[in-house]
Design a protein around this ligand. Sequence first.
Ligand code: NAP
Length: 248
Amino acid sequence: MDKKLAGKVAVVTGASKGIGAAIARRLAAEGAAVVVNYASSKSGAGKVVADIESAGGKAVAVQGDVAKKADIERLLAEGVAAFGTIDILVNNAGIYEGEPLGEITEENFHRQFNLNVLGLILTTQEAVKHFGPAGGSIVNVSSVVSTLCPAGTAAYNATKAAVDSLTRTFAKELGVRKIRINSVNPGPIETEGTHSAGMVEPFQAFAAITPLGRIGQPDDIAPAVVFLASPDSGWITGETLYVTGGLH
Ligand code: NAP
């Protein structure tokens, strides 16, 4: 059977671990050449590239802080130099710093908004310059927290509400260029990031109220991203797809 993304080029931000790494592997398994972006984990990104190549796919690791415009420009230019164009962008890189109202500071507010919101805007702005006349697909990794609004993570929740808003707005701006843009909104997922933030244990409280009875894994999210990146979702744009085991 033909692979859904044969001949396509995908850029995945924050793909050295966690959800981004699973997305990169799954896009490559469907035939896309993948630009595996990372900020600091060179070895993690290298492992994702090696896994893709050993499975017969194509990938390249490119460092870049996607909260910074100059890094974003370099990342996308290196991606185009490697594979010729961009057809798919996955805005996955994001950080979560849980703090209740009294602990929100200018610093933690800006760290989260600079990457999760401004970085997403700047990466989208730069990537669409490289999309061809046939258009393409952009998938934003948002979160169930954009609407569930759990206590204690207000600033992070607000970044993801902004992501959902950007998805709907940019869908209206980019449709004329045949570029679709959608969000995937995961529920709690066990990743390197949630482990190191000490969140996996507290997530069990969500598992208890999730209809499917568990928290998620990165491979629960990646197929939904492939769907939104592929022609199977060709009439879908501006949507938010909750992938949460029913938690929202
Ligand atoms: P993770 O395990 O912490 O991995 C984060 C990835 O983002 C890493 O590859 C990291 O690269 C990269 N990154 C961090 N800062 C970056 C920057 N400034 N520029 C470029 N890359 C950067 O995270 P995750 O749990 O997989 O989360 C991924 C996305 O899913 C985020 O947008 C998050 O908000 C969203 N999400 C997560 C959950 C969850 O429960 N895990 C639920 C809903 C939504 P380095 O390792 O090189 O630093």
